[in-house]
Design a protein around this ligand. Structure first.
Ligand code: IVH
Length: 678
């Protein structure tokens, strides 16, 4: 422990710097340089110093990112420089019209556009004084917004202090706060568990989160941020950048995350290529984009063109086809899933959405239907976003036919007719009849799913037939199937029967973690199954564990622990395990398998960063990821100069092109496995 005041001060400063560097590497560069445990240790040391000597707390200390007790309301602020919005072009023709329009005002033979992705989030205005973040505000009406500095500080990819020297005294940065799609889905799952209405899309979720009065909640939500505009107000003579491209580079040097998928274009054809390329590739991005933003690169030209009332003449948003559209709700079907949960699904008049025809959309649960006040025959706004299934966002009551009847959730299971149960604390009604055919079907499909036992061919249609004909009454019955029995099924020849039996045979070699996941215990996803099997290397140990012992596993919470312990208490589940064991499924970690924690394989890939793209011939994405991670490697989601290898499968996307551009080594599955063998 340092002693003198000067030493203590020095130590606090050093800790701040080390933590700041580690957090920048992690959140902005996606390239960690510090072990989590080391980070935590240094963080705690700094926290203790600050507790003891509150005068040491610096505004850019990483401890300032955790949020504060709730505010009663936000103050409004007037923006130093107004936040304009963008005009939209809905296709390339409208884009061409925009081009001729600005050309009439400032004709040019040669010019450059910067094309950026339009991130679907919420705009933020950040003010830095002498390098320090002093204010964060929402866009509001463009002239005044709300001051949300505390919330902004919780966003790890926003620097609390700018990097670099000779910074202008005041720097204004604009960019988009957004939620990655996986974070968005997690938030909605949590909300549905706690009875709150789901956010309709990541943009609403980001905007709603930014305006949370309790910044401690904001800190948990994991917002992210891409910077796209750099402005220096008040000092007329300082020109920071001559071009938008340079601005983006400056922002990056100042420590911001800037979207890597930007490009310079010199013609309409080049813009077209970028726009079309990203229309295909954007489904692979971990966040949502609804178009591209095209900006004239030259700041001189920007100044010459200026602004209209609402938007710059030198930039335009070139949007992708609508992902929301109105259509009629013809009827509602209630589906029963493998957990017995009743999910209402709207049957719609077919409508074109983001390039596909949509005729069904999720209504989530009864609470959501009540909230929407849905009537059969209503006109609903349906939304499809990335890989998220289409859903009903809202309905238009003004278009409701006179005699329309409200839809009510059934009180009995539509599959087996037994009464359903809905605990007051949950939004979801469930069928709790253990022999409900719908639950059985769901369990079988889950058992065969990719991250579980990965049984090719065990799809919904086949499962439906097997259950209808009572060939199987439990997952264990799958292993009693014979060629003769299977070939009696409709459109199922001996060859398919043989293939399925082979697939079932193969499933017996799948590791204990996948078996546990396949059992479909509530709240046990594939990650939790992995955590549990590392601590409980066989089923007997897990089955005998108390909720407290299960909860002691790092990463496992009380709800999961209770659910697991309860599941093993059920005699029918014990019988199921015995039968599956007798059939040859793995219920313990094989000491020789690479998954086993006891025998860690050599750290062949230590320090190497991998990116996966496309579909590999035999490995699932998660398999490949764990193989790489077990060998000490790291798997990240996007290609950068830090990437060592791109693992390429079929239908590889934009990542392949990027890797080729950057000259990054590529591996096929066979090469990856060969390297691992070495
Ligand atoms: S530039 C004057 N660039 O789109 C410049 N905006 O529809 C105005 N947005 O309010 C903004 N990604 O919230 C710009 N790369 C990007 C963007 C972007 C998303 C948002 C921004 C803006 C809205 C306009």
């Amino acid at each position: 422990m340092p002693e003198s005041t000067a030493e203590i001060k020095q130590r606090a400063k050093q800790l701040r710097q080390q933590l700041q560097q580690a957090s920048y590497a992690y959140y902005v560069l996606d390239n960690p340089i510090m072990e989590d445990a080391v980070y935590d240790k240094l963080y705690r040391e700094l926290q203790e110093l600050e507790n003891q000597y509150p005068e040491l707390i610096a505004p850019d200390s990483p401890t300032q990112r955790v949020g504060e007790k709730p505010a009663t309301q936000f103050a409004t602020v007037k923006h130093n420089i107004a936040l304009y919005s963008l005009d939209n072009a809905f296709d390339l023709e409208e884009f061409a019209q925009w081009e001729s329009k600005w050309q009439r005002i400032a004709p040019r033979e040669e010019f450059e556009y910067v094309c950026e992705l339009k991130i679907d989030g919420s705009a933020l205005a950040l003010t830095y004084e002498n390098g320090l973040l002093v204010r964060g505000a929402t866009r509001g009406d463009g002239v005044t917004g709300e001051e949300i500095t505390q919330n902004v500080k919780t966003i790890r990819s926003i620097p609390l202090r700018l990097k670099g020297e000779n910074l202008p005294p005041v720097v204004e940065v604009r960019g988009e706060a957004f939620l990655a799609l996986d974070v968005f889905e997690r938030i909605n799952e949590e909300r549905s568990r706690s009875h709150e209405a789901a956010f309709a899309n990541p943009r609403n979720a980001a905007a709603g989160t930014l305006r949370q009065l309790d910044s401690r909640i904001v800190a948990q939500r994991r917002l992210d941020f891409f910077a796209y505009t750099l402005q220096v107000p008040d000092v007329e003579d300082i020109q920071v950048a001559q071009t938008q491209w340079e601005s983006l580079e400056l922002l990056q040097n100042m420590g911001f995350k800037v979207n890597p998928h930007r490009t310079l274009c010199r013609s309409l054809d080049e813009v077209k290529a970028y726009y079309q390329y990203w229309d295909k590739q954007r489904v692979d991005l971990p966040y949502m984009t609804d178009g591209v933003v095209v900006k004239l690169n030259s700041v001189t030209l920007q100044k010459q063109l200026g602004f209209t009332q609402k938007s710059p003449r030198w930039a335009i948003a070139l949007k992708y086809p609508a992902e929301e559209a109105p259509t009629r709700v013809e009827s509602v079907t209630v589906q029963v899933g493998r957990t017995g949960a009743l999910t209402p699904v709207a049957n719609l008049s077919p409508v074109q959405l983001a390039g596909t025809t949509v005729s069904r959309a999720s209504l989530h649960n009864g609470d959501r239907i009540a909230q929407l006040d849905l009537h059969i025959g209503d006109t609903a706004i349906v939304r499809k976003a990335g890989e998220i299934i289409p859903e009903v966002v809202r309905i238009l009551p003004e278009l409701r036919p006179d005699n329309a009847q409200p839809f009510r959730m059934p009180t009995h299971c539509p599959e087996c007719g037994q009464p359903t149960v809905k605990p007051a604390s949950e939004a979801v009604a469930r069928c709790i009849n253990a022999s409900c055919p719908a639950i059985l079907r769901g369990s079988l499909v889950h058992w065969g799913s990719r991250d579980a036992l990965d049984i090719n061919g065990l799809g919904e249609k086949l499962v439906q037939q097997m259950v209808d004909r009572q060939f199987v009454q439990s997952v264990a019955d799958l292993y009693d199937l014979t060629i003769d029995k299977l070939s009696a099924l409709e459109r199922f020849g001996r060859k398919s029967a043989h293939n399925l039996l082979q697939e079932l045979e193969k499933s017996k070699t799948k590791p204990w973690a996948r078996v546990l996941y396949g059992l479909g215990i509530r709240h046990v996803g594939s990650v939790n199954a992995q955590l549990l099997t590392e601590k409980f290397p066989d089923v007997e140990q897990l089955s005998a564990a108390s909720p407290a012992q299960i909860e002691a596993v790092y990463g496992i919470g009380a709800e999961i622990a209770d659910s697991v312990a309860q599941w093993f208490q059920v005699p029918a589940n014990q019988t199921l395990i015995q039968r599956l064991k007798a059939a040859g499924l793995q219920f313990s970690a094989a000491p020789s398998s690479p998954q086993s924690a006891a025998e860690k394989p050599a750290q062949t890939f230590a320090g190497k960063t991998f990116v996966l793209t496309g579909t590999l011939p035999t490995l699932t994405r998660n398999d490949a990821k764990s193989l790489i991670e077990n060998a000490g490697g790291k798997v990240t989601s996007s290609v950068s100069s830090k990437t060592d290898y791109l693992v390429v499968g079929e239908d590889a996307g934009s990542k392949l092109k990027k890797a080729q551009d950057l000259g990054i080594a590529q591996l096929g599955e066979a090469q990856l496995l060969a390297l691992l063998e070495q």
